[in-house]
Design a protein around this ligand. Sequence first.
Ligand code: ADP
Ligand code: ZN
Ligand code: ZN
Length: 747
Amino acid sequence: MYADIIVDISREKLDKTFEYNIPKELEKNIHPGVRVDITFGARKLTGYVISIKDNPSIEASKIKDILGICPASVSTDSEMIELAYFIHEEFGGSINAALKTVIPVSKSVKHVERKTIVLNIKNDEALDELLLKYKKRAKAKFRLLEALVTDGDLSYEEVTKKLCVASATIKAMETEGVISLVSDTVYRNPIKDTDRGEYNITLNDAQNKVYEDILGHMKKNEYSQHLIYGITGSGKTEVYIKLIDEVIKEGKQAIVLIPEIALTFQTVMRFRRKFKDRVSIINSRLSAGERYDQFERAKKGDIDIMIGPRSALFTPFKNLSLIIIDEEHENSYKSETVPKYSTKEVAAFRMKQRNGTLVLGSATPSVDSFYNCVQNKCYLHKLFKRAKESVLPKVSVVDMRKELENGNKSMFSDELDRLIKDRLEKHEQIMLFLNRRGYAGFISCRKCGHVPKCPHCDVSLSFHKSPNGNTLNCHYCGYSIPEYRLCPECGSKYIGIFGTGTQKVEEELHKRYPSARVLRMDADTTSGKNGHEEVLVPFANHEADILVGTQMIVKGHDFPLVTLVGVIAADTSLYASDYRAAERTFELLTQAAGRAGRGEVLGDVVIQTYTPDNYSIESAARQDYDSFYNTEINYRNLMHYPPVVHMVVLLITSTDEKKVADAADYIKEKTYALNSYTKDIKIIGPANASIFKLNDMYRKVIYMKAQDKEDLVKIKNELETEFLSGRFCEIYKSVNVSFDFDPYNGV
Ligand code: ADP
Ligand code: ZN
Ligand code: ZN
């Protein structure tokens, strides 16, 4: 047996491995992640085992022996390498890709970190006393404190430049505990933060029961997984905070995963209020170097809590014992690039490594997490009352076919129209949700039927209205051409624009309700530097009456003045080409409905649809998760879809259309041959992917299903060997193959 070993974990050399022989007596103790002694040239070094294999790639006689296993206890590095190996094994892709996912590359680039100065003293008397003290003896400190009291948070630059306060002075005040420096890699304050309150929440009975239950398991020091199924506003976050508090008291650390879109300043501040500067944040705006620095801080023990999206999962805490995944149903927890790992499964593995606790939370649990509870793999906890008194909204479903029969051809049903007028009169806010962006779904010639398509992708172009000239865009690759007035095929001037998009809704609103102030939020309006905040802040400050948007607007934001939520067309997500379409529709509608009536006033939700009888729409309208789940799991059972069975999809791509077809057939033959000993696998395909051509790549898919995931992993391993060193890699050099286990998106 031979081991691939990395000698230097100083990141940049991560992909440089060396082969060593595993002496017989060490064999059973060597596995990925183990630290070993080796001779390297003339030196004696330690290295980490990355993977193990039967055959060496160089002459066996030239390979040296591993000298022994390091006596030191398991290090964080060992754990992270073991984790990378797990990802490589369970989700496919090279070990290198997995290592790079888990261990960020160190970059020597110096980055400028922008910082904000925040006042820590909340007590007015203490403040006055301090101001007086500074006024006498420390003029610079006085200046800064005074500015903080009157103006609120200040940027570091402002303070040093405009107020002329030296950085040493700032540092001194930070040491005194008067101020804190909040790194600007933390979300900037979207809504002026006037709330400087201390943390003072006492859990209510329902929350306390959940907390005590989970704590009981945590104290056993063995792995356990929990799902908190609690409606929005039921106080899940407060339960997380209490659990984390407990963990920290024991000298351990915690990771909180929150989808980037819900990682708002308010959310972060709730954690900071309680845990002060022991909390840090990771988000996608960090450069690789900055992320590396954050990880180093965690390693050194400067912080105890890391909050962030998916990648925060790899924070190398020494004594990690709790991982929380909020909004666990979110698609962003699945990586869509190789390695295509499932964050929940990787988090579960990390907590198994450490005998820790994994807590998932959602108002609309994913079918697979709920299934795990039903299968007794996960403890279920429920929170069904909003922590702050507020009434649940009234939901109505409108059949748009009937509207048409009654002569209403517009995109707004009579009921929605009536309610919009009512809210505008009352100066309350409205959110209109649409499942698609752009002005229109697609355009076509009404005479010859010509539909403009992207030359690089197998999709039709979408119409985008813009002051600089309207365009036709590809949503997949960004290809864009100016709009045309005459059909390029037949010269006709009757070009029709079909479907509705956010822009069209916005336009229609201006026409119908000229006095209403409308904001639009979609990928087009949020691509700027400040992203979502540019739209959300003015809306939160009531600078607009109506917010129109895509699914982004239904996630995680709290607008107490919103008392009407309208879903323009609920059906659009139903026709997506994957088995999770109904789940996604249910989740989006339920989350959208949850946006109405967050304050004291009763809210209304209007769901417009052409298929009012569809169970995902019907059960979302009743806010009835159980009924949705039961129907859905029956369907998955019947159709053999995850989570009832496991599935892997092979995506085979190439710029050469014939090559990709041949390669797909080759893989299919090979898979049938391999399958002769694991007959339990069902193989479907090859077929064209639902978008056959994307970015000039041709794409084929092969699906495999099995009851036992390990059977699929076995086949994957055999195939990967074939791709790396078998006949396949000789014939199909230019063909790329990737695996996606229990995929989220149809391909
Ligand atoms: P969730 O995470 O389930 O959406 P939150 O934890 O955000 O719910 O709670 C919703 C609101 O209720 C927040 O403003 C929160 O501070 C408040 N809240 C939660 N629990 C309590 C409690 N026990 N006492 C007072 N306020 C609470
Ligand atoms: Zn035409
Ligand atoms: Zn394209």
